[in-house]
Design a protein around this ligand. Structure first.
Ligand code: ZN
Length: 304
C-alpha cells in the first residue's frame, strides 16, 4: 500500500478552532510516520485542471479562484471559509487524489490524505468544507484508463451528496453511502436510488444517530458487499471519513476505533474476491485530531 499527502494543504490555512484544519493532516502523517510508513508528498499532477474539468465547470473553477484572490472570507456557503491559498490547496488535494489513483495502475492499493475533502462538493457549488470532488475526479480518471465500472463507497458520517449528484444518472459509477440520517446535508434517504439510466446505481444506507459497530458491520455485510459483488466494479474508490468515530466533535455515531479496522478487513476481502482491482482510499471527514491518525491507520492496516 502506498500513501500520498498534499504538501500544499497548509495553504488552506483555516483557524484551529474551525474543525477542518491542518491539524488533521498532522495527526495522520505523524501516526503513519510513527508506524514507519512512507508518505509521498504531492504538489502537482499533469493536466490537473483538465481532470477537474471532467467533473466541474471552468466557470466554477474561475469563480473559486477569483474569490480566493479577492480575499473573500467565505465561498458559496458559510461552512466554506477560505483564505488566499485555498484554491491552490484544493487543486493540490485533487493532484494528491490523482497521484494515488495513478499509483494503483501499477497494482498497488493507495490511500491519499486529501485536505480539503471533497464529497459534499457539487459540480458547480462548494459545500460542507469541500471544493472539488476528489472521488468523482478519480473515478473519471480510472475510467479513462480502462477501468470502466467504478464503485465509490462512502462511510463518512455525512451523506456524500456531491458524489451522488455528479453520478446520479450515470450507470457506470455505483455510489454507496452509509451515513447518519437525518443529518447534514439533509440528503441520503433510501428512496434516492439514481435517475434515468442511473436508476439503481446509487445506494443510500441511512442509519439513525448513535448507531455503532454492530449496525455498520451489518450494513457492510448484508448490503454493501453483496451489492458491490453484483455490480462487479473494475475499480473501487473509498470516501473514507472518520467522523462516525464515537468521540468525533461533529458526528453523532458510536463507532469504536476497531470498527475502522473491520472496514479495512471487509475491503481486503472484497479485493481478494475481485482479484486485486485498483483500490484508492481518499480522506473525507474526521475531526478528532487526537485520534484521527490512529483511526486512519486502523483502516489501512488490513490492506498493508
Ligand atoms: Zn463528514
Amino acid at each position: 500500500m502506498k500513501f500520498f499527502a498534499n504538501s500544499l494543504s497548509r495553504l488552506h490555512d483555516l483557524p484551529l478552532d474551525f474543525p477542518e484544519n491542518e491539524l488533521r493532516v498532522k495527526s495522520i502523517v505523524s501516526y503513519l510516520d510513527k508506524e514507519g510508513l512512507f508518505i509521498e508528498w504531492v504538489e502537482h499532477f499533469p493536466e490537473v485542471f483538465e481532470w477537474i474539468g471532467k467533473v466541474h465547470s471552468s466557470s466554477y473553477m474561475e469563480r473559486f479562484k477569483s474569490s480566493c484572490l479577492r480575499g473573500d472570507y467565505i465561498f458559496d456557503s458559510y461552512d466554506n471559509p477560505i483564505v488566499g491559498g485555498s484554491f491552490k490547496a484544493a487543486v493540490a488535494s485533487v493532484a494528491t487524489s490523482l497521484s494515488a489513483a495513478n499509483a494503483t495502475l501499477g497494482g498497488d492499493c493507495t490511500f491519499a490524505v486529501t485536505r480539503p475533502p471533497g464529497h459534499h462538493a457539487l459540480s458547480d457549488r462548494a459545500m460542507g468544507f469541500c471544493f472539488f470532488s476528489n472521488a468523482s475526479i478519480v473515478a473519471r480518471f480510472l475510467q479513462s484508463k480502462g477501468f470502466t465500472k467504478v464503485a465509490i463507497v462512502d462511510f463518512d458520517v455525512h451523506h456524500g451528496n456531491g458524489t451522488q449528484e455528479i453520478f446520479y444518472s450515470d450507470p457506470s459509477v455505483f455510489f454507496v453511502s452509509i451515513h447518519q440520517y437525518p443529518f447534514y446535508p439533509g440528503t441520503g434517504s433510501r428512496e434516492e436510488r439514481g435517475w434515468g439510466e442511473g436508476e439503481g446505481y446509487t445506494l443510500n444506507i441511512p442509519l439513525p444517530a448513535y448507531s455503532g459497530d454492530k449496525e455498520y458491520i451489518a450494513a457492510f455485510e448484508e448490503e454493501v458487499i453483496p451489492e458491490l459483488l453484483s455490480f462487479a466494479p473494475s475499480a473501487v474508490v473509498v470516501s473514507a471519513g472518520f467522523d462516525a468515530w464515537k468521540n468525533d466533535p461533529l458526528g453523532g455515531m458510536e463507532l469504536s476505533e476497531n470498527a475502522f479496522f473491520r472496514f479495512g478487513v471487509t475491503f481486503m476481502e472484497l479485493l481478494k474476491n475481485l482479484e486485486g482491482i485498483p483500490f484508492v482510499g481518499l480522506l473525507e471527514g474526521g475531526y478528532d485530531t487526537d485520534m484521527l491518525g490512529k483511526l486512519v491507520f486502523n483502516f489501512v492496516r488490513p490492506l498493508l
